[in-house]
Design a protein around this ligand. Structure first.
Ligand code: GLU
Length: 476
């Protein structure tokens, strides 16, 4: 690819879209209609802080309204710009279509370095931004439902929801105006871990398909697989923690803003997370080697590479040297279109962002449904389920007594079986099911069509096909 310019994030998304669309038989003109962003609203607003007015720039982009509300996070970062927000909004459209979350795609961003402000200042800024968006129905339970993204979390979502509720005092569904709220403000159990949990479920499903595992030159299960994770934020942390604590994978590398940690024997993810909370970075962490040039660890030998931070980290300058045979894109757009081509030629299997990180929006969907139904999942069924299980257990106990030494119930069967599912278990089960079904849809196209070389193109084909069907059903 020498001499070819690195595509921007937005160009990358368009290139990947075009690659898939060229393999489809869409009615003339529909391809462009789906690809372009419907509208992007730019807002500049002033907030009086420390005796002076500070002007902030924010965006909310709506990519596709084939289904409403539209959905997607709000990012707080200095690098936020219109192109980035539009690329992210487009990815939301395809992501929602792929995992069958009934939303169009949207995304927002505010140019800000949150570390420069006190909590009460962040609240003032966030409420003002939310006011500007809500005034134009860009925050609204039936039109546009934001969520957390980089630089935002439960705290910001609670402020936004409260701001919307203050402006719409008679809206009984006000809480459904944003997702990713804290539990005590209308959130749902399992939303914080959701994207990382989705990565785990995606990888489990991948490893349930030996043919696919073989395409990556790997074998067996997740047990013992060497993992390198880039970015130990909410997504990277949960993914790495679950894989190492529950699936037997070995996290050998962690890349953060102040360098990377490497230890071929494995790194304790929870201990590193606590170290970062205390010290602000990974430097001086005692149980691994620290490299100041973190990017070099992306190129280390491993089985699974998880880029879980910014877009464009795997690009044309390092793609050739990436040794991982399997990359799962926990971040949005971590592999540029240029790098994607290089890696594809090398035979690297990439589990694409629009599938891999869809756990967040999937659980957001559950939260939105919970808010609209005004009841916690499992509240009606749980005890009834337990009562029915109790009946079976007492029959088994009778049998146990009758059979004497010949048979007995396994020691923990009773307690496990008697417990009805709570909200967290139901959320995880819904997420697991979503990730399995979406993987099957994507891999079916990958296997069945000779002209589809990779999972990303397959994912785009599934998503574009569903969006185009929605448009056609609407008469477009
Ligand atoms: N910001 C997340 C994403 O990129 C979550 C979006 C949502 O929950 O609506 O998928």
């Amino acid at each position: 690819m020498t001499g070819i310019k690195e595509p921007s994030f937005r160009e990358s998304v368009d290139l990947m879209f075009n690659r898939a669309a060229s393999l489809m038989d869409l009615p003339p003109g529909l391809e462009e209609k789906i690809r372009v962003c419907n509208a992007t609203y730019t807002v500049r607003f002033g907030v009086r802080l420390r005796g002076q007015i500070h002007t902030f720039t924010g965006y909310r982009s709506v990519h596709s309204e084939h289904m409403e509300p539209v959905k997607g996070g709000i990012r707080y970062a200095l690098a936020v710009n219109q192109d980035e927000v539009e690329a992210l909004a487009a990815l939301m459209t395809y992501k929602c279509a792929l995992v069958e979350a009934p939303f169009g795609g949207s995304k927002g961003g505010l140019c800000i370095d949150p570390r420069q402000y006190e909590e009460h200042e962040m609240e003032q800024i966030t409420r003002r931004f939310a006011y500007e968006l809500a005034k134009r129905d860009l925050i609204n339970p039936s039109q546009n439902v934001p969520a957390p993204d980089m630089g935002t979390g439960e705290r910001e979502m609670a402020w936004m929801a409260d701001q919307y509720a203050r402006m719409n005092t008679t809206d009984i569904n006000a809480r459904a105006c944003v997702t990713g709220k804290p539990l005590n403000a209308g959130g749902i159990a399992g939303r914080v871990e959701a994207t990382g949990r989705g990565i785990q479920y995606a990888l489990r499903e991948f490893f349930r398909n030996p043919e696919d595992v073989q395409k990556a030159g790997l074998s067996g299960s997740l047990d013992g697989k060497r993992v390198i994770v880039q970015g130990l934020g909410n997504v990277g942390y949960h993914a790495a923690k679950f894989l190492s604590e529950e699936d037997g994978s070995r996290v050998i590398g962690i890349i953060e803003w102040d360098g990377a940690l490497f230890n071929p024997d494995g790194i304790d993810v929870e201990a590193v997370r606590q170290w970062i909370v205390k010290h602000g970075g990974v430097k001086n962490y005692p149980d691994a080697t620290h490299t100041a040039e973190g990017g070099a660890v992306l190129e280390e030998k491993c089985d699974i590479l998880i880029p879980a931070a910014l877009e464009g980290v795997v690009n044309m300058s390092n793609a050739e040297r990436i040794k991982a045979p399997l990359i799962i894109e926990a971040a949005n757009g971590p592999v540029t279109a240029g790098a994607d081509e290089i890696l594809r030629k090398k035979g690297t299997v990439i589990i694409p962002d629009m599938y891999a990180n869809a756990g967040g929006v999937t659980v957001s969907y559950f939260e939105w449904v919970k808010n609209l139904s005004h009841i916690r999942f499992g509240r009606m069924q749980r005890r009834q389920e337990e009562a029915r299980h109790e009946l079976i257990v007492s029959e088994l106990q009778r049998l146990d007594r009758y059979l004497g030494d010949a048979w007995s119930m396994s020691p923990d069967f009773k307690s496990k079986y008697l417990k009805g599912a709570d909200e967290l278990e139901l959320v995880r089960s819904g997420l697991d099911d979503t990730m399995r079904i979406a993987y099957q849809a994507m891999s079916e196209v990958w296997h069945d069509r000779d002209d589809v070389e990779d999972l990303r193109t397959a994912a785009y084909i599934v998503a574009i096909d569903r969006v185009s069907k929605s448009y056609r059903a609407k008469g477009l």
